[in-house]
Design a protein around this ligand. Sequence first.
Ligand code: NAD
Length: 493
Amino acid sequence: MTDNGNSGAVPAAARAKGIFIDNQWRPANSGKVIDVYAPGDGVAFAQIAAGDAADIDLAVAAARRAFETGVWSRLAAFERGRLLSKLGLAVLDHAEELAHLEARDTGKPITQARADILACARYFEFYGGAADKFHGETIPFMKGYMVATEHEPHGVTGHIIPWNYPAQMFGRSLAPALATGNATVMKPAEDACLTTLRLAELAAEVGFPEGAINVVPGLGVEAGAALISHPGVGFVSFTGSPEVGVLVQTEAARNHISCTLELGGKSPQIVFADVDLDAALPSLVNAIVQNAGQTCSAGSRLLVERAAYDRVIEAVVDRFSTLQAGTPEMDLDLGALINLRQKKRVETFIAQAQEAGIPLLAQGSIADGAPTSGYYVAPRLFGPVPRASTLAREEVFGPVLSVIPFDEEADAVALANGTDFGLIAGVWTQDSKRGARVARQIHGGQVFVNAYGAGGGIELPFGGIRKSGHGREKGMAALHDFTTLKTIIIKHD
Ligand code: NAD
């Protein structure tokens, strides 16, 4: 039984997935397992091994061997790149199998799961191609000297990922670490990790050597805590809640290593009165419906210039009222939330907003036939939401959109920057000068103008500031975070 609020018996036929170390499956050292529930119907359908500190020790030792013997780290960069590219192709070859597994495990519509698997493949393609193109430089120095820099891997990197996009996160976190020669240990989320285990198996099948990729499922407080504090780990990449992010950074400080934190947001979409509403509307709505709002870069605040408020809200209300949640196979606008605890958490935000008298402008529905035992929440549109309210400031991590009016450009910028977070933002205007001006004033890692892309493409550096975290993933920028720069100074005269 997990601590996620779910209940129910696991069918006897359910197969326990093990821990993946040195390209081999093994049970947890403790012999314990964790039940896995399908969010779409709340029924336990599989089990995973409950790894703990002893299993993390074994995984880190395996990764250290792969790094120190050079079986992984001393492969030529183009050979590492070729293996990454092969894994990208294997993901595409198994796309349907992986998409169905991901959809069942996370509760998301099958079309969204298919897109996630394609993104996972793209990470391995992108970093496969980048492996032998990421290099140092020579620096002109004093006469008689030759100076060169090189990017060195950290050694063993630890990766802790959440349950919202397991397959995408597997690619996003591991591919750049592997491309630069690190050996990796991943602790996926206990609520949804079946695709990460299958992906590790595929990596072994395409030829990754033993110890390059190790995956230890288990509880955060056991396996996760052991990984972030392990002295054999040289760098930690974490995606999840700000609270655990603080623990990760504290442990990193104790071990004198660095870390990247990707901790979510309260991302604004700023809509000026000159917006091309037909072009903007799908993005204004999808940005909060995508993955049932359980996306770090969800566009959860809709800031609308008062001069266009009625026109924009009318269009958003119309669209919102048609939104439907359903099972992965129904393939509607959104699926279930990940577990009962998250469903209750989101429902608490909704109840508090209603108690505070914040007007409910529109509500979507849960499709007939979606099991009542599933963790569904109908999408809600609230507005105008008071600027100081919880709903306007805290990350709900569910399908709840807050509309806030503003009067002028400076007010929009202040409002956009007025939370503790700073991850991504959208600006909608047909005035290109204003688009550029506002984009440059927004605090955060990515700003879209006349577009909004839930984190953007694989090529685009992504990450936050303040409570959204630090460090950059995606693009060539991630390769810098997964390496350390050495300068070699040679006096030859
Ligand atoms: P969480 O931070 O507890 O879990 C994320 C990962 O961290 C999981 O793999 C978990 O096992 C691990 N973990 C948990 N405790 C740990 C510990 N003490 N040491 C090391 N690892 C640990 O997030 P959650 O409880 O699943 O979700 C809570 C909230 O976090 C959500 O409502 C949302 O606001 C936020 N969240 C953000 C993201 C994101 O993409 N930024 C993803 C998931 C959740």
